[in-house]
Design a protein around this ligand. Sequence first.
Ligand SMILES: N[C@@H](CCC(=O)N[C@@H](CS)C(=O)NCC(=O)O)C(=O)O
Length: 382
Amino acid sequence: MTSMTYSLYALPHSLYSGRARSYLIKNGIAYREVSCGHESFKTDVVPKAKLPTIPAMLTPDGHVIRDGAAIIEYFEAANGRPCQPKTPKQQLVSGLFDLIGNEGLLRPAMHYRWNFPEQNLSFLHYHFYHAQQEHPEREAKTHHMMDKMRYAATMFGVNDQSQALVETLYMEFLSALDKHFEQYPYLLGWQPSIGDFGLLGPLFGHLGRDPKPLQIMQQQAVHVYRWVERMNRAAQDAPEHFPSTGYAVPEAGFLANDEIPATLLAALAVIAEDLVPETRAAAEVINGWLAVNPVEAGAKASRYLGQNGGKAEFTVRDQTMVAGAQPYRFFVLQSVQDCYARCSADERIGIDELLQSCGLDELLNIKLTRRLGQRDNLEVWV
Ligand SMILES: N[C@@H](CCC(=O)N[C@@H](CS)C(=O)NCC(=O)O)C(=O)O
């Protein structure tokens, strides 16, 4: 199937699709959305994408870009990086929110999707069923896919013991973020950054759309809900942030003077509570695996490390959690660390102070013994 515009292979309820879709909308990039249940996903996309994940983009000249980060990077590189803040603290904080969206909110995203069947099940069934073509096994396959994703929730550390803590942490984060979006329409002021798109993944696809968490967001965090709406609209859509007199629309742009609002630091401080110990534990697991499984440069970095490896154990508020250690977390974190490495000594002092104030400073030093890259649509060990 060829098209004059970009084709985004995605699904409405897919966490990672929401990130790429919002980027295209906010940057005025014409595209059409195609279900990954469409025959062309198998014939035109997957052979070049290498893995059957969404989002995947088919360009008008027939190239396929798999992975939300790679899709965004394709347009950022071509257009002078419109969504990358230019100043050091803001660039780093934008990268941190990208990490939080891609990895740091998977537990609440999966918990609030799969552990409230009374509220969510028929909604989810509709979406999983309609992600496929008509075929005799359609219903059975729908159940198989849903069971697989329900199981994935446990892989990320959601179980009977951890559910209460997952909820507490999410509600604290939501409340802190709500105070931020009461003040500003986006994370860093008046335009969305890379971090906004990353964060939107879980906060739209699951937490701002499935019936149970949507109700929580609408009732308890209306400003976050409005940001989710705004992120899916081409226009600025921030009437509540207009000045109280006159009709002037605020200038688009990031906040002046590399400002990071205190409201954002409060939200980061909540996230730090599980992001840091989980990242530390995951790095230990993956580095241990790398020590006994030498990988050649260019070898594919699998999503999980295999049957025996890959479980990170860490403590949050005196409670032990266990979650799969995924190399992708470090692919995203690496960009944050690279941003820090590019800064001058003075700039680093400012960033150190900022990250210490919200308990995230250790993230700059947690590294894998091997770097990760993306080559030919796969994450690889460099
Ligand atoms: N790192 C990828 C992750 C994509 C991903 O895991 N997408 C999910 C849907 S939200 C998927 O395709 N899952 C199916 C699978 O893993 O086979 C990205 O950011 O695009």
